[in-house]
Design a binder for this molecule. Structure first.
Ligand code: DX5
Ligand code: ZN
Length: 222
């Protein structure tokens, strides 16, 4: 199993202090910064575009992942790559030509990740597993921070880990939504090695550093 990585989501950060909040996460050892891009069409909410990725890029050297919850992501992928996204994450549900979209991301020099909603079965990505750097399993329905973790996603994560191991694939398995110290152990036990956390990092009562440490400590018991 690869080492556990934590990816704080700036969706829940205090955006009046963006650079500071990103730097706090970096100083606390966060391996990635997660940027949630929403278009009001694929998901019922609007958030950030490439200029947000650019602003985060200027604030940190940490890996940036752009989670594209948008229809027709292929239209904007070049802008996100140019803005400095190291990993571009596209939803299977938005990509009728997923293989082509993954190729497009790779040609632009970024890593490619395919994302599945809670209700989308693993069989829809079986043929693409060998071509992606990462799979992200949504553990809430995408659209908002601070939602409740869906326990039904745990067997799906375990099954995906089995599929990856069975095929000798070293791609990362990330989980996103409702993750904190209480849910991290079961996710890691199921086989996730990258954990996104928004509210648990940026809306916690303790400092960003203490919140990240709490998630990491819990994950290590998984
Ligand atoms: C949900 C987003 C998540 C969100 C996670 O649509 O994709 O990345 O920021 O937030 P929490 O950790 O608060 O569920
Ligand atoms: Zn996300």
């Amino acid at each position: 199993m690869p080492a556990i990585e934590i990816a704080p989501s700036i969706l829940s950060a205090d955006l009046t202090r963006l650079a500071e909040q990103v730097k706090e996460a970096e100083a606390a050892g966060a391996e990635r910064i997660h940027v949630d891009v929403m278009d009001g069409r694929f998901v019922p909410n609007l958030t950030f575009g490439p200029i947000m990725v650019e602003a985060v890029r200027r604030s940190t050297k940490v890996i940036i992942e752009a989670h594209l919850m948008i229809v027709e992501p292929e239209r904007y992928i070049p802008d996100f790559a140019k803005a400095g996204a190291d990993i571009i994450q596209v939803h299977q549900e938005t990509c009728p030509h997923l293989h082509r979209t993954i190729q497009q991301i790779h040609e632009l020099g970024s890593k490619a990740c395919v994302v599945l909603n809670p209700s989308t079965p693993l069989v829809t990505i079986e043929e693409i597993l060998g071509d992606v750097d990462e799979v992200l399993i949504m553990t809430v329905n995408p659209g908002f921070g601070g939602q409740k973790f869906l326990e039904t996603t745990l067997p799906k994560i375990a099954h995906l880990r089995q599929m990856l191991n069975g095929r000798g694939l070293r791609c990362d398995l990330e989980a996103d939504g409702g993750i904190g110290p209480a849910t991290a152990p079961a996710l890691v036990k199921a086989g996730a090695n990258v954990l996104v956390a928004g509210a648990a990092v940026y809306k916690a009562k303790q400092s960003v550093a203490a919140a990240i440490q709490a998630i990491r400590a819990a994950a290590q018991t998984g």
